[in-house]
Design a protein around this ligand. Structure first.
Ligand SMILES: Nc1ncnc2c1ncn2[C@@H]1O[C@H](COP(=O)(O)OP(=O)(O)OP(=O)(O)O)[C@@H](O)[C@H]1O
Ligand SMILES: [Mg+2]
Length: 286
């Protein structure tokens, strides 16, 4: 069995009326990883997420070259709905993806389309609601749910298909910072419970506690990819990519360079604060 969840080889893509948006992408997303995708606005991150699920190019048309393999299979010629059972995607405009009146119907919709029996659908609906912290809310109307709850409901409808890979494109764009942090904490819990592969596109400050791998996209190219720590160092070494790094890591890598020290692999402010107090308090003068 391969350890690669998604493999993109020599991939180029242009929308119907655009120049090349993705250029010579060679990328591997490791199975079981929590991979973060980041990069400047317009870099091609959303297009890349869509390419991982076949929406690009199948739905949008356009010109492309190269291949995308999902869980060992080339997706060329495969139906988007078929791919969706193995690779779930949640987009930033999540409200526009909602189609039903009640929470239960919203989740059931996709499953019924795939021909699951009513018993199986009921089972999966209640499991998915429980997974996202909305147990027993089958009969809630969508307008009885808060923005954050509706977002979790959408996550539940993707999870109900039990995909092996879950792709989220700026899934918290409509939430305040606390809402965003709590959605990511929930996502991480689900990632650990279901041992799935997660790919998230967003600001790395939010993903720092969780990501195992990092991909930086700029100008349609995958400029850096790999395990988080090595990828972060590679990005730090390239002036134009630095600003994408989490703030804590800009501080950490900047200090390491300036004082020729090696600091821990900080994932939280608390960890950073603790180490800095130990190392720099009193002694090391700036
Ligand atoms: N449907 C489309 N038709 C034509 N061009 C498009 C289309 N969607 C996106 N583009 C262009 O493709 C490029 C990459 O867009 P994309 O949305 O993938 O970037 P992004 O990295 O997700 O940006 P952001 O951080 O703003 O979400 C941009 O130049 C954009 O204008
Ligand atoms: Mg985008």
């Amino acid at each position: 069995m391969s350890d690669t969840a998604i493999r993109i080889t020599d991939f180029y893509f242009a929308y119907l009326n655009s120049d090349l948006v993705l250029k010579d992408i060679n990328l591997e997303i490791q199975k079981g990883s929590f991979t973060a995708i980041a990069g400047p606005s317009g870099a091609g991150k959303t297009t890349l997420c869509k390419a991982m699920t076949g929406i690009v190019p199948h739905y949008y048309g356009g010109r492309y070259h190269g291949s995308v393999e999902v869980l060992g299979e080339d997706i060329r010629g495969r139906k988007i709905s078929e791919i969706a059972m193995r690779v779930g995607i949640m987009m930033d405009d999540y409200e526009s993806q909602m189609v039903s009146l009640t929470a239960g119907e919203e989740i059931a919709f996709g499953l019924l389309n795939h021909g699951f029996s009513p018993e199986e659908v009921d089972k999966r609906v209640s499991q998915a609601l429980a997974d996202v912290g909305l147990p027993g809310r089958e009969n809630y109307q969508l307008d009885e749910l808060s923005g954050g709850q509706r977002q979790r409901l959408l996550l539940a409808s993707v999870l109900a298909c039990r995909p092996e890979v879950l792709i989220l494109d700026e899934p918290v764009s409509a939430l305040d910072p606390d809402g965003a942090r709590s959605l990511y904490a929930l996502l991480y819990k689900i990632y650990q419970q279901h041992r799935m592969t997660v790919v998230v596109e967003h600001d790395l400050n939010y993903l720092l506690p969780y990501m195992t791998d990092l991909v930086l996209i700029s100008g349609g190219e995958a400029r850096v990819q790999g395990r988080f720590e090595a990828a972060a160092r590679a990005a730090f070494a390239q002036e134009d990519l630095r600003e994408n790094l989490p703030e804590l890591w800009l501080v950490k890598l900047g200090l390491e360079e300036k004082y020729q020290v090696r600091l821990g692999s900080w994932r939280t402010e608390e960890e950073a604060e603790k180490e800095l107090l130990q190392k720099f308090q009193g002694g090391g003068k700036a």
